[in-house]
Design a protein around this ligand. Structure first.
Ligand SMILES: [Zn+2]
Length: 64
């Protein structure tokens, strides 16, 4: 299985963003949900950003 958005292989044990979210990876879904204002997703995405897992992510609270 691959993510329908970015093509990442899903459920890879060494890739924490590859969790299967109904055919798409958490890497994509988390950012979309955070963008839509889902606080729980935003919290997770922020933590992953702090750990260097999402170097290209822009925190919506700081992007103006
Ligand atoms: Zn993806």
């Amino acid at each position: 299985m691959k993510c329908g958005i970015c093509g990442r292989k899903l459920d890879q044990p060494d890739d924490p963003l590859s969790t299967d979210c109904d055919g798409d990876c958490w890497g994509c879904i988390g950012e979309i949900e955070a963008d839509m204002g889902d606080l729980e997703s935003l919290r997770r995405v922020r933590k992953e950003f702090e750990h260097g897992l999402r170097p290209d992510w822009v925190d919506p609270a700081t992007s103006g």
